[in-house]
Write a protein that binds this ligand. Structure first.
Ligand code: 4AD
Ligand code: MG
Length: 467
């Protein structure tokens, strides 16, 4: 068996009359008089291959093993398909069974299983329509992300997963330590502290899983000019929402000699470019999402790909919200953080398209953002989109040494820990800007999937680390 062979994707556009081998997992088998029909899929494309098995072609013992979930190979001939939806089907001549799947226990039997249930069998769900489609779109989006930046001369930087600094200052960090180990006791597994002195710990100081690669990537930016990270990110936030994960992937571009305007331009061009790529390359999957998950998805994405995003300041956004007459769960006033309900009202009900909000109050944003002359706001920019809310968070960075030092102190952060970050402002400082895009939120936006847990193979969130 060689990986260099024809996959279902290619078989479906093959010439009638060709003798082929078709490998895959059985979606369904239907027996009618004198003939059996099998829907076969290998994950290479959304569309199943219909396999027609005239009675007597395959012996009964083998045919019985061709059940939902079993893995098989059919040898046969491509023939013109009388049915709609596909141009060819496979007239089977022989079958090889690789693995049976007992219909009495195979968990992925019934159609229309809930997403909640499918999360419990995340190791199998990729064989179904929805998750196969999600993973193909996810894959293509990742490819498109790299293409976008590589085509524009951005260097991909691998920032550390383990870090000693809290980039976002939000405190939602997972500690990384060897000072604590699980021990078996009569009461079950317990944690034992081997030392409470960080100096004796593995890294000689408290260390964490990164919440953002930004501070690190800024160092590479101030030497390579245009850079980006694309890697896993961790946040121990207990927000049990359909938009938060404890482990997610983030894309963080950073540009030197660039201000907030250039940052917004990049963000907009980036999102629209990925959408265009997916519209071009994931057609069968998008058609499914459009039909079954989010009606009108393709039309919306096509429209977004072709039109400018709205740009408003935070102050203007607050004004719109207070005049909206809506009763929000979280009341709105200048200085408050925008909640997802506010972000969605702005983009879904009011502005009705992706919107970039700029110049947020300093108090609700991270210490590294460039302070505006008004002494109240910073050059932050969030990209909000319908259905999701915040897709991107970014800013122009504070590049003035004295201002940054003051901000670090004002945020009660240890100045010493940021010595290298401050060095960037001490030596050859330049205006620079960047942003972070949550990859799973992007995949949600592209597919119409409603829960972030369903756009990553194995989700990690509070109370959930199975698989
Ligand atoms: O807005 P955030 O916190 O920005 C940063 O981390 C900056 N350091 C980025 C930068 O300027 N380089 O996060 C960026 C994006 C959010 O807009 C959101 O899409 C996503 O990351 N995100 C999450 N996605 C899934 N689960 C979570 N818990 C997320 N937290 C943030
Ligand atoms: Mg943010």
């Amino acid at each position: 068996m060689d990986y260099r062979r024809t996959y279902l994707k290619d078989l479906l556009t093959g010439k009638p009359g060709t003798l082929v081998e078709a490998y895959g997992w059985v979606k369904t088998r239907r027996d009618s008089k004198g003939v059996s029909f099998v829907q076969l899929n290998d994950g290479s494309i959304f569309t199943d291959l219909q396999v027609v098995i005239p009675a007597g072609t395959i012996n009964d013992d083998d045919l019985k093993k061709v059940t939902t979930g079993s893995s098989v190979k059919f040898d046969g001939e491509l023939v013109e398909s009388p049915g709609s939806g596909q141009s060819v089907e496979l007239l089977a001549k022989a079958v090889t069974i690789y693995g049976e799947a007992d219909p009495a226990t195979y968990p992925l039997q019934k159609k229309g299983a809930s997403f909640e249930f499918l999360r419990e069998i995340a190791h199998l769900r990729v064989r179904g329509n929805t998750f196969g489609a999600v993973m193909r779109v996810r894959n293509r989006a990742a490819y498109a992300v790299h293409s976008f930046f590589q085509d524009r001369g951005f260097n991909w930087i691998h920032t550390p997963v383990i870090t000693a600094s809290d980039c976002e200052g939000a405190g939602a960090m997972f500690a990384v330590t060897t000072s604590m180990e699980p021990v078996e006791t009569a009461e079950g597994t317990r944690f034992k502290l081997t030392s409470d002195d960080p100096a004796e710990d593995f890294f000689g100081k408290p260390a964490y899983l990164t919440v953002s690669g930004q501070l690190n990537v800024e160092t590479q930016c101030l030497g390579l000019t245009n850079v980006y990270t694309f890697g896993p990110t961790f946040r121990a936030e207990n927000s049990n929402t359909p938009r938060h994960l404890a482990e997610f992937w983030m894309i963080e571009p950073e540009m030197a000699f660039c201000d907030i305007t250039g940052d917004m331009n990049l963000a907009e061009e980036f999102v629209r470019s990925i959408i265009k790529d997916i519209l071009t390359h994931c057609e069968p999957d998008l058609a499914f999402f459009d039909q079954r998950i989010e009606k009108g998805l393709i039309e919306t994405l096509t429209h977004v790909a072709d039109s400018d995003f709205e740009r408003v300041t935070y102050t203007e956004a607050i004004d719109m919200l207070t005049k909206s007459g809506e009763s929000f769960e979280f009341p709105v006033s200048w200085g408050c953080d925008l909640q997802s309900e506010h972000e969605r009202w702005l983009t879904e009900k009011h502005i009705k398209r992706p919107t970039i909000v700029t110049d947020y109050p300093q108090e609700i944003k991270a210490f590294y953002m460039y302070a505006n002359e008004d002494g109240k706001t910073v050059r932050a920019m969030d990209v909000l989109v319908p259905r999701i809310g915040e897709l991107i968070g970014g800013s122009q960075r504070e590049d003035r040494l004295d201002v940054l030092e003051a901000k670090i102190k004002a945020n009660d952060l240890p100045l010493e820990a940021y010595w290298w970050y401050l060095d960037l402002r001490r030596y050859g400082s330049v205006p620079h800007a960047g942003f972070g895009l949550g990859f799973e939120r992007l995949v949600m936006y592209l597919t119409g999937m409603k829960n972030i847990r369903d756009v990553i193979p194995f989700h990690r969130s509070s109370g959930q680390a199975e698989f």
